[in-house]
Design a protein around this ligand. Structure first.
Ligand code: PYC
Length: 320
């Protein structure tokens, strides 16, 4: 199969600076069934495709890939599997915003509400007349508060563990400046935190690895609540405020009594882009769980074919 793929049709966009590359044709045939099962097949049999699409030389550590899939649920407009330089994402907020703007660009979707199938459940996304996109994400919640870990060279670091479609360790107190000039130090620090929490056996609800680390600091933009730095699983940082990370943050704020249903939380990224978030509490939800939404904007910045030349030794990407 690998040798037969020579062209992959893609559309690139960025959401608040974070790239999304949607594969619209030429992707692997994953069959039908739930997206979680198709993701398992993607991982086991077609991981070379993931690497070919997002890794260097034609991608970069920051690119998030989105394989457009036929949804199993007929009420959904599209199905999607997100992936990055090292693996797969359950959900991706900036990527869902990029996906809607891509589908609009293709003429496949009009302003209004759309169900999108993901491996971790359906999400509702809304394309506004303004071009902005809102995403009602999966139920989010905190599973651990004020957990201390010993981080070599930094001492005790305390954070919360929360689910927002991916697993996050969220740190408010860290003494670091959240600025682009400081990205290398922030990356090294959060990478150390990630290794420390893994060593300490701190995991998600069902034993999942906590593979996103999020630091918070003040924003200088009037009306914006906070600025963040988010370390993604493959050691790149999120240029956007991170949709799933903002949802995890709002779940923690709600659990601490600092965010009420319907109030707006504005989260700035390290590059200065902003997502607007809020939460809903619905009947029958477990105590402390929230239904979060985020709103942001994406722009199409390229479209074309990836070419996998059989003579190119790096056509399947450079892997570490
Ligand atoms: O926006 O949810 C997000 C996200 C996850 C990883 C990169 N962006």
């Amino acid at each position: 199969m690998r040798e037969q793929v020579s062209r992959v049709r893609i559309i690139d966009s960025h959401t608040g600076g974070e790239p999304t590359r949607v594969v619209i044709a030429g992707g692997p045939a994953l069959g039908g069934g739930p997206l979680s099962a198709r993701l398992a097949r993607f991982r086991e049999e077609f991981d070379w495709f993931r690497s070919a699409v997002v890794n260097e030389p034609r991608g970069s550590d920051a690119v998030v890939g989105a394989l457009l899939c036929e949804p199993e649920d007929p009420s959904c407009t599209a199905g999607v599997i997100f992936f990055n330089n090292v693996g797969y994402l359950g959900m991706c907020g900036h990527g869902t915003i990029g996906l809607l703007v891509t589908l609009k660009h293709l003429g496949r979707l009009k302003p209004g509400e759309h169900q999108i199938e993901t491996p971790v459940g359906n999400v509702t996304a809304r394309l506004h007349e303004t071009g902005e996109v809102s995403v009602d994400n999966v139920e989010s919640y905190r599973t651990g508060a004020g957990i201390g870990v010993d981080v070599p060279g930094h001492g005790l670091v305390t954070g919360d563990v929360a689910w927002g479609g991916n697993w996050f360790f969220l740190v408010n107190e860290h003494g670091m400046e959240i600025s682009l000039e400081n990205v290398e130090r922030l990356t090294e620090f959060t990478w150390q935190i990630r290794q420390a929490i893994t060593r300490a056996g701190i995991r998600g609800k069902n034993g999942e690895e906590i593979d996103h680390i999020e630091l918070f600091g003040p924003s200088k933009i009037p009306g914006v609540n906070s600025r963040n730095f988010v370390l993604c699983p493959g050691k790149s940082y999120d240029r956007s405020p991170c949709g799933t990370g903002t949802c995890a943050k709002m779940a923690c704020l709600y659990a601490d009594g600092k965010l009420k249903e319907g109030a707006i939380w504005r989260q700035e990224s390290i590059v200065g882009s902003v997502f607007e978030g809020s939460i809903k509490i619905q009947d029958g939800m477990r105590d402390g769980h929230v239904h979060p939404s985020i709103k942001g904007t994406a722009y199409i910045d390229a479209e074309g074919d990836l070419i996998l030349d059989e003579n190119d030794p790096f056509r399947f990407g450079i892997t570490k």
